[in-house]
Design a protein around this ligand. Structure first.
Ligand code: FES
Length: 184
């Protein structure tokens, strides 16, 4: 039995029970969230375990996981910073502001800071184009970024992390009782 099944047996059964017999594959998003919580990120073992439980081809499961930016296939920091530099945001200065974000966090896009606190990713539109530069941090939007606002936030996150290390994995999701319904 894999890490997912030993960590979240009741949650898996509850997720599958939401669907008619034979339609267990419909629970794939929920199980991927649980797998991410159990494994820390979606390792090949996590994908294989989800596939086995749901009787799906691993390629299908990998395809679902790859479609959604909230599923991570690599280790990440306690704060996952998803910065939008898609075209509408870029037209409002997102590209120019990206080096500021990277410098403040101590990591470039695709990297995790040396202290393990931040992972920075550039993502496509997050549907808040009119508030660029903007980013999503562990599911929370940060809008209308300025250097001062970013400074204050980073200081706040560092202070929080020093007092109480951010939960990981993943994305600030803690135990299942704290997990919201799956977000795409
Ligand atoms: S392009 Fe960045 S939020 Fe839409």
């Amino acid at each position: 039995m894999g890490t997912l099944q030993t960590t979240f047996p009741a949650e898996i059964q509850a997720a599958i029970a939401n669907y008619p017999p034979g339609r267990q594959a419909s629970a794939v998003l929920r199980l991927l969230y649980l797998a991410q919580a159990a494994y820390g990120h979606l390792t090949p073992e996590a994908i294989d375990e989800v596939s086995g439980i749901l009787h799906m081809d691993p390629t299908q499961v990998r395809g679902v996981a790859g479609f959604y930016t909230l599923f991570l296939e690599h280790p990440h920091g306690g704060y996952v910073v998803q910065y939008c530099n898609d075209l509408p945001c870029a037209l409002r200065g997102a590209d120019d502001f990206l080096p500021v974000v990277a410098e403040k966090l101590g990591c470039r896009p695709g990297e995790t800071s040396a202290d393990g606190l931040f992972t920075l990713e550039c993502v496509m539109c997050l549907a808040a184009c009119d508030h660029a530069p903007m980013m999503q941090v562990n599911l929370e939007y940060v809008l209308d970024l300025t250097p001062e606002k970013l400074d204050a936030l980073v200081a706040e996150w560092r202070a929080k992390a020093a007092a109480n290390p951010p939960r990981r994995p993943p994305f600030g999701f803690g135990p299942p009782s704290e997990m919201a319904a799956p977000h795409g």
